[in-house]
Design a binder for this molecule. Structure first.
Ligand code: SMG
Ligand code: MG
Length: 368
């Protein structure tokens, strides 16, 4: 496909409820929507970098710059046969995986539309619906958290993840475990601890958690390997896995026993697929993480999570969990068995609500 034009939309969307993690509280979410025109077709991609560099160093601002000045110029006028070929064109840009992933996603959407095949089919996904859970932010108190979790369980979510930070870790997890002895529960620290300060997390090992996500620094594998040796509960890495190479090294080192795969964090769906394959060969469970995506990124996550190695529920909740109004006409809903249907239309299988898109657009740039 010959890339004729790329349009970037910098979006800001209000969240239905604030979302608090160890690195701060968000009331809104930013992202960049990419609209790519090729061979008379239009593909969409979502760059998941947010306003501030709390989760990762990339922001909507850095991604805009890298896309506008480097990645989009690298693809304009090029004939790209397969989405994965984009990785070669993007190799001149060091880092910036979220910017790359947004553009690659649009190429997958285009390929699917050209061939009349869904992204699920293109990736080799096998399931028509995927198991999902919900990620619950830090609340005012452990009691308030138990109330919010109860509400999600009533809605039908079969797996709960709670965010933790120093001072709000063991007490929160114990409160939820006491209230719901059988719920599938996991915690996510978003790099809030050091090897030394993580000693306070020891009681988590008695709570029958599915996993402990990213306790230590995002650029660290070695200390995670030391920490994993001290815990029965599997450590799952999120921020620390930025490429298939990191995934291999983390597993070889024993830095984790489970991997959270986010196409944005690893530089694209092709790279997410490679990590999935590598983990599957080694019988290492993976699951699909979330970045509060719009319907565009959510559709991609659902397709990815339909691959056979995704054996744990993803952070892919229903649209209602995040947004009053989304930029896709399609809204994703939770089935009673805690699954969400994978879109089966061509490409991502979603269409853009232009009125909503306009409402949330802070800036728009058409290239060339
Ligand atoms: O999309 O439901 C979602 C959010 C899932 O907790 C979630 N994501 O570290 O895994 C994570 C966080 C990163 C985003 S925080 C803004
Ligand atoms: Mg995480």
């Amino acid at each position: 496909m010959k890339i004729d034009r790329v349009t970037l939309y910098h979006l800001r969307m209000p969240l239905r409820a604030p979302f608090e993690t160890s690195f701060g509280r968000a009331y809104e979410r930013e992202c960049i929507l990419l609209e790519v025109q090729a061979d008379g077709l239009t593909g969409y991609g979502e760059c998941v970098a947010d306003r501030s560099p709390g989760y990762a160093y990339e922001t909507s601002g850095t991604a805009w710059h890298i896309l506008r000045d480097f990645l989009v110029p690298a693809v304009l006028g090029q004939d790209i046969a397969q989405p994965v070929d984009f990785q070669r064109l993007a190799a001149a840009v060091r880092g910036h995986p979220m910017a790359k992933a947004g553009l690659e996603m649009a190429l997958w959407d285009l390929q699917g539309k050209r061939e009349g095949r869904s992204l699920r089919e293109l990736l080799g996904g096998q399931r028509a619906r995927v198991e999902v859970g919900v990620s619950v932010g830090i609340q005012e108190s452990p009691e308030a958290l138990v109330g919010v979790v109860a509400d999600y369980l009533r809605q039908g979510y079969g797996r709960i993840k709670i965010k933790i930070k120093p001072g709000r870790d063991v007490i929160d997890a114990q409160a939820v475990r006491r209230a719901f002895p059988d719920v599938r529960l996991q915690v996510d620290a978003n790099s809030a601890y050091t090897l030394e300060s993580a000693a306070v997390l020891r009681p988590l090992d008695d709570l029958n958690l599915l996993l402990i996500e990213q306790p230590l620094a995002e650029d660290d594998l070695w200390d995670h390997s030391k920490l994993q040796a001290q815990f029965q509960t599997p450590i799952c890495l999120d921020e620390s896995i930025r490429s298939p190479r990191h995934a291999r090294q983390a597993l070889e080192m024993g830095a984790c026993r489970i991997i959270n795969i986010k196409q944005g964090r690893v530089g694209g769906l092709s790279q997410a697929l490679a990590i999935h394959d590598l983990c599957r060969e080694r019988d290492v469970p993976v699951w699909c993480g979330g970045m509060l995506e719009t319907g565009v990124g959510r559709a991609a996550n659902l397709a990815l999570a339909s691959l056979p190695g995704f054996t744990l529920p993803g952070d892919i909740s229903a649209t209602d969990r995040y947004y009053e109004q989304d930029i896709t006409r399609e809204r994703f809903t939770l089935n009673p068995d805690s699954t969400i249907d994978v879109p089966d239309g061509p490409g991502l299988g979603v269409s853009i609500d232009r009125v909503a898109l306009e409402r949330f657009t802070l800036a728009k740039l058409q290239l060339p």
